[in-house]
Design a binder for this molecule. Structure first.
Ligand code: XMP
Length: 316
């Protein structure tokens, strides 16, 4: 059986040995993997610089939450607000792959501009990521979307032996176990996965601040309701996205002509396949009413009942 305490001790010893007195940088997103990584490095007592790039594509109040969470964990982070850069770079671009490339490249640029000259880089790569990038040429999944965690500069560092990936032997549930044994609270460890390109993949077509804010409001209402009714921990991932198509409705006494939001909640083992969740109609009704009453810009709420495949979890 997987003995977490022994494994942790070994990991920490290895990190100390490999890093020595060099400075190691890591990117943090607030997600489980990078959080466990940063806390682990901190625990190993090495000289660590944890950088959080806010690309302006986070959920409602998320940047603040991430900062608070690290504060709670006693890990110092450098937060870079790059939202304007990202929104400017994305302006007017409707193509999903081009959006991903813009976000991926800019993220790397902002990160490395902040870092300057890294002595070492630590990444929260997990075992499934290792498998996926090892079979990069063959794997269809990796071709369907452009993932941006292994671009040239990192490959270069890797060749020089300057990349540390302490979680590379672990599956997700083992990372959570490790996080638990590092004293990371459950509300952080049980966060749903959130994609690197953030809300961009939940906003088909052009990205604008207005669209992002509508998504943020709908999503916050949905996620809070899931938490309140005990569904958050039962689903693997959930969100509200935007369908930027205007349809006619009535709000108050007036004709409305507004966008639709799609609610999505799925269960999955490994994100390769997923099934939609049969949420109680009363819960969906509550969320829908709240969104229709409170979010201006939305006059229609849809629930996504598509399995993956053939759909994907995100919309782009
Ligand atoms: P799809 O939409 O491909 O998503 O069914 C599968 C899982 O992967 C997440 N996802 C990403 N995560 N960078 C990430 O770190 C990405 O570019 C990315 N694209 C999708 C998605 O949220 C889901 O959990």
């Amino acid at each position: 059986p997987f003995r977490i305490e022994d494994f942790k001790r070994e990991l920490i010893e290895n990190i100390k040995k490999t890093v020595g007195d060099k400075q190691v940088v890591c990117g943090v997103s607030g997600g489980v993997d990078s959080t466990v990584l940063a806390v682990l490095l901190n625990e190993a007592g090495v000289n660590v610089r944890a950088i959080f790039v806010d690309q302006g594509l986070m959920r409602k109040n998320e940047a603040e939450e991430v900062k608070n969470n690290f504060h709670r964990l006693g890990v110092e982070i450098e937060a870079i607000d790059a939202s304007k850069l990202f929104l400017d770079a994305l302006a007017g671009e409707p193509d999903p792959e081009k959006k991903r490339v813009i976000i991926g490249n800019l993220f790397i640029d902002v990160f490395w501009d902040t870092v300057g000259n890294a002595e070492m880089l630590a990444q929260g790569t997990l075992y499934p990521d290792v498998i996926e990038s090892a079979s990069n040429d063959k794997s269809k999944a990796s071709k369907i979307k452009t993932h941006h965690n292994r671009v040239d500069r990192i490959l270069e560092l890797q060749k020089q032996g300057k990349v540390l990936e302490p979680l590379a032997e672990l599956f997700k549930d083992e990372v959570r176990e490790l996080g638990h044994s590092l004293g990371i609270p459950d509300d952080i460890l049980n966060r749903h996965p959130f994609p690197g390109p953030g809300l961009a993949v939940r906003c088909p077509g052009e990205i604008t601040l207005e669209r992002l804010n509508v998504i943020r409001d709908c999503d916050a209402i949905f996620i809070n309701a899931l938490k309140e009714h005990g569904w958050y921990d039962k689903v693997w991932q959930a969100y509200a996205g935007l369908i930027p198509v205007k349809t006619v409705g009535v709000k108050g006494d007036e004709r409305s002509y507004e966008w639709a939001t799609n609610l999505r909640a799925v269960i999955s083992e490994d994100a390769m396949t997923a099934d939609w969740v049969e949420l109680p109609p009363s819960l969906l009704r509550e969320v829908s009413n709240k969104i229709l009453n409170e979010v201006s810009g939305i006059n229609r709420v849809l629930y996504d009942i598509s399995t993956k495949p053939p759909a994907s979890i995100e919309w782009e």
